[in-house]
Design a protein around this ligand. Structure first.
Ligand code: COA
Length: 356
């Protein structure tokens, strides 16, 4: 005999009420854990700060004792040296532990944009890895769209398409600065210059967007399109290198035998850099050349001399080319001269969960 439909619905409702009661219990448990987690996070942060403060005081005292000229036996000197080495190890470990705690503030830029109450810290290694991967994919996707827009600008010269392409660039660079600020809160080591470079690129695109459609604009647009296309191609090459590094750092952290893979990572990184750097240098040369062409235009053509955009863009291109060149030299010198093994141990800590 078929079941009474009303009874069946009542039975289902009772089952839903039961399920809800159990879901509510689980949710309460979750809220309790969250409360405990927040309290434990604050306690851990306080404890780490205390250790950091005391260890820096002891190091200062050791330094002062060594400088004071107090007569010390060889054994005492050795003991002090050993203590200092131990404190250095503690400081290195402290840095790694701090990766897992919320940052105290997100900085002025993010506080203005997102509000100071929003905490943008990613607490576990997998989330940091996924966020960084997503940042790289975002750059690549938008770069393809930019290339399509530049192709349209070149094929169908029109102020409207140019404006659309420049608007896209303003939005892109603006978004990059926000994402990069979030990455920096999450202990990314992006050099300040690369972020500044993206602020300046945003200003350059903004100036080009508002530039009158006059003779000087028309004369410079092919050069600007060419430069932007080259920079976009560079970004695709960079994407290959950066995602390669990221993938390797992530999997490096997953293995137990670090030594073999660390060597593999270093050799891959240097090969990648050797391939990339000549293209980057050509890019900086093209940026400086753009700066020079605009500079020459400003002083040689009366009509261009009356447009502030020409000289401001020229100065910004010189600034970007010089900043890029200096930073890339600093990066290469640092990579060649520092102890890569120490750095890698530190770097991998960011992208792999601790196994304990
Ligand atoms: N933009 C964004 N992030 C960058 C970056 C850039 N240009 N250069 C480096 N980073 C990030 C790295 O991904 C890494 O992040 P993480 O700490 O979150 O893992 C961190 O900064 C440290 O990187 P570092 O070890 O200093 O350099 P690298 O080996 O990753 O990259 C270069 C070195 C030279 C390849 C890279 O800096 C680069 O491509 N620079 C050129 C950028 C440029 O000139 N663009 C304009 C083209 S005209």
């Amino acid at each position: 005999m078929a079941e009474d439909p009303v009874e069946s619905l009542i039975k289902d409702t009772a089952s839903v009420i039961n399920d809800f009661a159990s879901a509510e219990t689980t949710h309460k448990k979750y809220l309790k854990s969250l409360e405990t987690l927040t309290a434990d996070g604050a306690a851990s942060s306080k404890a780490l700060k205390h250790v950091s403060y005391v260890s820096s005081q002891i190091k200062k005292d050791i330094h002062a004792l060594n400088k004071s000229g107090t007569a010390l036996t060889d054994e005492q000197k050795q003991k002090l040296q050993h203590a200092k080495a131990e404190l250095d190890k503690v400081n290195e470990k402290l840095k790694t532990l701090q990766y897992d705690l919320p940052a105290e503030n997100s900085g002025l830029y993010l506080s203005i944009i997102l509000g100071s109450a929003l905490n943008v810290t990613l607490l576990d290694a997998n989330s940091r890895y996924r966020y960084k991967k997503d940042y790289e994919s975002f750059k690549m996707t938008v770069t393809y769209v930019v290339l399509v827009m530049l192709f349209l600008c070149y094929m169908f010269p029109s102020r409207a398409i140019d404006a659309l392409a420049n608007f896209l660039l303003v939005w892109y660079y603006c978004t990059l600065t926000i994402r990069e600020s979030i990455l920096r809160v999450n202990r990314s080591r992006i050099k300040g210059w690369w972020v500044t470079h993206h602020y300046i690129s945003c200003v350059i695109a903004g100036i080009t967007l508002t530039w009158n459609d006059g003779e000087c604009y028309k004369e410079s647009r092919n050069l600007l399109i060419g430069l932007t296309a080259y920079v976009s191609l560079l970004q695709l090459l960079q994407h290959r290198y950066q995602t390669g590094c990221l993938r390797r750092l992530h999997s490096l952290g997953q293995r137990d035998d670090m030594d073999i893979t660390v060597e593999g990572f270093s050799s891959w990184m240097f090969k990648g850099l050797t391939f990339l750097i000549p293209f980057l240098l050509v890019g900086y040369f093209v940026q400086a050349y753009c700066g020079y062409c605009l500079y020459a235009m400003y002083f040689s053509k009366k009509s261009c001399g009356e447009e502030w955009q020409v000289i401001v863009l020229s100065m910004l291109f010189f600034l970007v080319a010089a900043g890029n060149l200096i930073t890339i030299l600093a990066v290469v010198i640092r990579k060649v001269t520092t102890d890569s093994k120490l750095n890698i141990t530190d770097l991998t800590a960011k992208y792999h969960p601790k196994k304990e």
